[in-house]
Design a protein around this ligand. Structure first.
Ligand code: FES
Length: 106
């Protein structure tokens, strides 16, 4: 288990406990986090699970696959710390990870 802190555009924080093996997207959807739409259900086909991962957590994650990196080019307002939350699997190294949820996914 690990805790993930989702932060909205107003700076409000929601703390969610993710199970081992669960993706950050699944934990967000299960917890009703607004802004993580995840239209494709994690199939790496929509980009609507886009989020920004704060440091130092970003550097602790495995780098994005070629497919994830390509999809990030099509999200709204991509940034160097953009990731697709459906591709991040919760594990102990990201305990306490802070994730900023974009205002808009479309
Ligand atoms: S849920 Fe569609 S790309 Fe992540």
């Amino acid at each position: 288990m690990c805790e993930i802190v989702f932060i909205d555009s107003a700076g409000r924080e929601t703390h969610v406990v993710a199970q081992d093996g669960e993706t950050v997207m699944a934990a967000a959807v299960r917890s009703g986090i607004d802004g993580i739409v995840a239209q494709c259900g994690g199939a790496l086909a929509c980009g609507t699970c886009h989020c920004y991962v704060e440091q130092p957590y970003l550097d602790l994650l495995p780098p994005p696959s070629e497919e994830e990196a390509a999809m990030i080019e099509f999200v709204m307002e991509p940034a160097p710390n953009s990731r697709l939350s459906c591709q991040i699997v919760a594990r102990s190294v990201v305990d306490g990870m802070r994730v900023i949820v974009p205002d808009n996914q479309h």
